[in-house]
Design a protein around this ligand. Sequence first.
Ligand SMILES: NC(=O)c1ccc[n+]([C@@H]2O[C@H](COP(=O)([O-])OP(=O)(O)OC[C@H]3O[C@@H](n4cnc5c(N)ncnc54)[C@H](OP(=O)(O)O)[C@@H]3O)[C@@H](O)[C@H]2O)c1
Length: 330
Amino acid sequence: MNYLAKESRYDQLSYRRCGKSGLKLPEISLGLWQNFSDNDLFSNCRLMLRTAFDHGITHFDLANNYGPPPGSAEETFGRVMQKDFRPYRDEMIIATKAGYDMWPGPYGDFGSRKYLVASLDQSLQRMGIDYVDIFYHHRPDPETPLEETMMALDHIVKQGKALYAGISNYPASQSKAAIAILKELKTPFIIHQAKYSMFERWVEDELLGVLEDSGAGCIAFSPLAQGLLTDKYLNGIPANSRAGREHTSLRPDQLLPERIEKARILNKTAQNRGQSLAQMAIAWLLRDHRVTSVLIGSSTPHQLLNNLDALTNKQFTTDELNAIEGILAD
Ligand SMILES: NC(=O)c1ccc[n+]([C@@H]2O[C@H](COP(=O)([O-])OP(=O)(O)OC[C@H]3O[C@@H](n4cnc5c(N)ncnc54)[C@H](OP(=O)(O)O)[C@@H]3O)[C@@H](O)[C@H]2O)c1
């Protein structure tokens, strides 16, 4: 049966302006890094995407290399676009990226104009769309001149293949330099995608200030530290978890005992707020107006719905914030 998006889809979520741009993003966005590959059940992928959109998640984040194999998450998204989402394209913000190893030889990695332009063409083909809303350079390239990479982003936007440009994983000083070039080119640069969670707070030092000063937004990835900031690892490693499965980005040895212990204490704080730890971790990121959106992953529609409930309690008392700081600092 044809998919009909829920009429109530805009009733639950709020949308935040991305920096000083004209674009608003949902407070929670969905990323397809994991769980949308050729190895994953298509029916589950489709249901997660439908569930997200039905609840107001208008923003889907991809990259050329998401899979495995690389490219397969974009293909999965393309299948859902074809089957369900086509009539809703104008209600969606679809992002992709290039910057990591994608194809053999000297032109399939890092930040050359050659790589970025070719990669986006491939991504568009895999997703079966004419343009993406946001195209990111995925990581800094130590060898390609920054001007070349930024001019490639500018070119892509001026070609009409992306509406906005973004960067990801750039440290604060390099972000500043990149933004200065993009400003000169009048490229609509609006967003930085950075790893940010209770366990990973580097953006607080400088980056968030740089972005605010330049009128750009920040979208926080891996807000749950890939699952560590949930209750799932408090009593061991479940077989069907990211750390429990083989060949994922979370190895069991990354589950450091001190992290698990902190998660256990944070879990109690969350319970006192009437939230799950995952919900509190998401709400905590949204306490800062400079965070435009929290970019979650999920492996089931249930997780997704559970995480959306974070938005029913985004307020923190000073005591709660201090208690969290104390736990994280210990
Ligand atoms: N720009 C970059 O370099 C970069 C890098 C990484 C990620 N990203 C983006 O950020 C997105 C999110 O990253 P992420 O997947 O690491 O985010 P995350 O939200 O920190 O982790 C998601 C994982 O946590 C577990 N989880 C989620 N909700 C849960 C809940 N309520 N209860 C228990 N477990 C829960 C699930 O793992 P299980 O499989 O264990 O259920 C889920 O796949 C990616 O899809 C991608 O779009 C960008």
